[in-house]
Design a binder for this molecule. Structure first.
Ligand SMILES: [Zn+2]
Length: 154
């Protein structure tokens, strides 16, 4: 049997490539943190998760405590919190470039022990600074994703 010869591209046919796009529909499962996203979509509420043993409260939620590895339970949280740190984004990918400048902040929502990374919408981005109080606002049309809500100064 003859060994197969590696096929070389024809020198007169150089592949020509152009950028293209593939779209596909799929279902993404949130798994154990589904109640968090369901509450955002269906009730416009923030849920945290609390460890039954050490009482640490997580937002974003975790299904198991990172301190003692016990399963957590869902707890409703308020919609206000404090900015711990923030930055202003002036350059972004094409999807978000039209929204620049915008503010991303780590926010400690009241009742939570961890920080949630989320956007703050303000008239003037220079108003954002650590220590300011903010409130979550939910968009009227929600899909069950983080972009369904944002924060504004109280
Ligand atoms: Zn714990």
């Amino acid at each position: 049997m003859m060994a197969r010869k590696k096929k070389e591209p024809r020198p007169d046919v150089v592949p020509f490539e152009i950028p293209d796009r593939i779209e596909m529909n799929y279902r993404y499962s949130y798994g154990g943190i589904s109640p968090f996203f369901r509450a955002i979509k269906e009730e416009a509420k923030l849920l945290g998760s609390r460890c039954a043993r050490c009482k640490k409260t997580y937002l974003p939620p975790r299904i198991n405590c990172s301190q003692c590895y016990r399963p957590t339970k869902w707890v409703p949280l308020g919609n206000e919190g404090t900015v711990i740190t923030c930055t202003t984004v002036y350059y972004a990918t094409s999807r978000f470039f039209s929204k620049t400048p915008f503010v991303c902040a780590y926010i400690r929502v009241d009742g939570a022990d961890t920080l949630l990374l989320q956007n703050i919408i303000l008239d003037e981005v220079t108003q954002a600074r650590p220590g300011i109080r903010v409130r979550a606002l939910f968009r009227p049309e929600r899909k069950g994703e983080m972009a369904d809500f944002y924060f504004v100064p109280v």
